[in-house]
Design a protein around this ligand. Structure first.
Ligand code: PGA
Length: 251
């Protein structure tokens, strides 16, 4: 059966020293009071090699926020999936709406990133979600279905390593959370698409996280929905107490 997961997305926050401090603090509080779900922290590239040794990997997984769409070579400034994996990281966020919007990541680019992540043993946390205008026009299902093409090209075995994250763009960093009903409705739809593409057993095994202004005060009602298997947390993952508050929603 699928896992419940709470994953943090630090985005472009924290110096190396601050990041190590946060990882240590989180490791301490979660070692003292064990979580009832999988916990992952996705950090900037430069933090990875320093963060993986300070966390107990039985309790906290580590991931990158992106990786290159090329395996290696003359791509100045890029970081490959193999490099990410060599730090001890196990996950990588791919397809985040900020990457799609600000860095023009297309479906073709994301296809390459997903393949390279899997080839290097990383589990992609693959993000999908509509912008406000699309929701207002009632196009959210269509948009999400099209975005899923990047992972639906995988075979069943490969898809088994994918974690999905539904993040309505209008809810990210805005303080506007999807209602539990809106989240459940979309998550159930996404799961039905997975069942249609693969089969019901695969759909039942797929973790689908909600992301977008998730915080300790709303996590419980969001995660209580049958098709919401945890969260991808931005702002509230930057303080150990807030992140732990969200993790405790599974207690
Ligand atoms: P937020 O970000 O929790 O700050 O809204 C979520 C995300 O972008 O993953």
């Amino acid at each position: 059966m699928r896992k419940n997961i709470v994953a943090g997305n630090w985005k472009m926050n924290k110096t190396l020293q601050e990041g190590i401090e946060l990882a240590k603090e989180l490791n301490e509080v979660l070692s003292a009071d064990k979580p009832n779900c999988d916990v992952v922290i996705c950090t900037p590239f430069i933090h990875l090699a320093c963060v993986t040794p300070v966390v107990n990997k039985e309790i906290i997984g580590v991931g990158a926020e992106n990786c290159a769409d090329k395996a290696s070579g003359a791509y100045t400034g890029e970081v490959s999936a193999a490099m990410v994996a060599s730090t001890g990281a196990q996950y990588v966020i791919l397809g985040h709406s900020e990457r799609r919007a600000y860095y023009h990541e297309t479906v073709e680019i994301l296809d390459e990133k997903v393949k390279l992540a899997l080839a290097n043993g990383l589990k992609p946390i693959f993000c999908i979600g509509e912008v406000l205008e699309e929701r207002e026009q009632g196009k959210q299902n269509e948009v999400v279905k099209a975005q899923l093409a990047s992972v639906f090209s995988l075979n069943e075995g490969e898809f088994g390593n994918i974690v999905l994250a539904y993040e309505p763009v209008w809810a990210i960093g805005t303080g506007k959370t999807a209602t539990p009903e809106q989240a459940q409705e979309m998550h159930a739809y996404i799961r039905s698409l997975v069942a249609e593409r693969y089969c019901k057993a695969v759909a039942d095994n797929t973790s689908i996280l909600y992301g977008g202004s998730c915080k300790p005060s709303n996590a419980k009602e969001l995660f209580a929905n049958p098709d919401v298997d945890g969260g991808l947390i931005g702002g509230a993952s930057l303080k150990a107490a807030d992140f732990k508050g969200i993790i405790d929603a599974f207690k």
